[in-house]
Design a binder for this molecule. Sequence first.
Ligand code: ZN
Length: 305
Amino acid sequence: MSVRAERKLLAAIEAGGTKFICAAGYAPDQILQSAQIATTKPRETFAQVTSFFSKAVSAHGEIAAMGVASFGPIDIDPDSATYGSILNTPKPHWTGANFLKELAPFKAPIMIDTDVSGAGIGEAHAGAGKDLRTIAYVTVGTGIGAGVIKDGVPQSGFGHYELGHIRPPRDKNADPYPGRCPFHGDCLEGVASGPAIIERWGASLSDLPAGHVAINLEAEYLSHLALTLILGHMPERIIFGGGVMKAPGLMEQVRRETKALLGDYVQGQHLKGDLSDYIVAPALGDLAGITGAMALAQMALKNAQ
Ligand code: ZN
């Protein structure tokens, strides 16, 4: 392929609950321009998104493909009548907002996935998952989500995975907190998300004193997600991101608890030692999401050809 033929303009959106990051460029590492837009009401936000990409088209030519990595829940089944729609979300105004419809004026093929998968694709492409075939990406923040990326492609069934809602074993003497998931109460997200920690202990994990019982409890809960990912997908690495994971000592404790849960049953070079090269922090930081959204645009382009 000639260099000229590769220069197709790609558009990417990392749609978060507080801001949208929009980028236009030729590849994940060749972004020409980008902008941050506040997530207010769909009509207002999409007006600015459309304006940004219209200017990009004026400057660089037509958009060849678009990639969207969005907060969810979102319909990511291309065969569904509501593909690209935000599903029931507690975020006011956004239930039913549809990316496909809003971006239709650009007449470009679009690939849509979750923000969690987007960050996972970014890490698989250029970060902590580079050169590995199967990785899992977990985010522990306002919610808990996990994506599995295989050969650069996010895995899903009829919908995206919802591993944040698994039910870790509970010792109600050690942790009587009932949980805050509106659907399940004490599922993983219900007991281990950032808001659950603050509701329980009045501070974020990073702000609690060293040695606080919360770190151990959090690690125990999260290790069940790591175990589930290993047993179900055998990823070569699990990347744990999100604000809660920045708490000192938490990552190490998750490694120890996961190792204990595995009980030497699953063999493999990746699981040897203290898992310090297996359960890791993201490498791309804030760039993971938009990198992944650009990679989704590349996939949309490839699928359309
Ligand atoms: Zn739940």
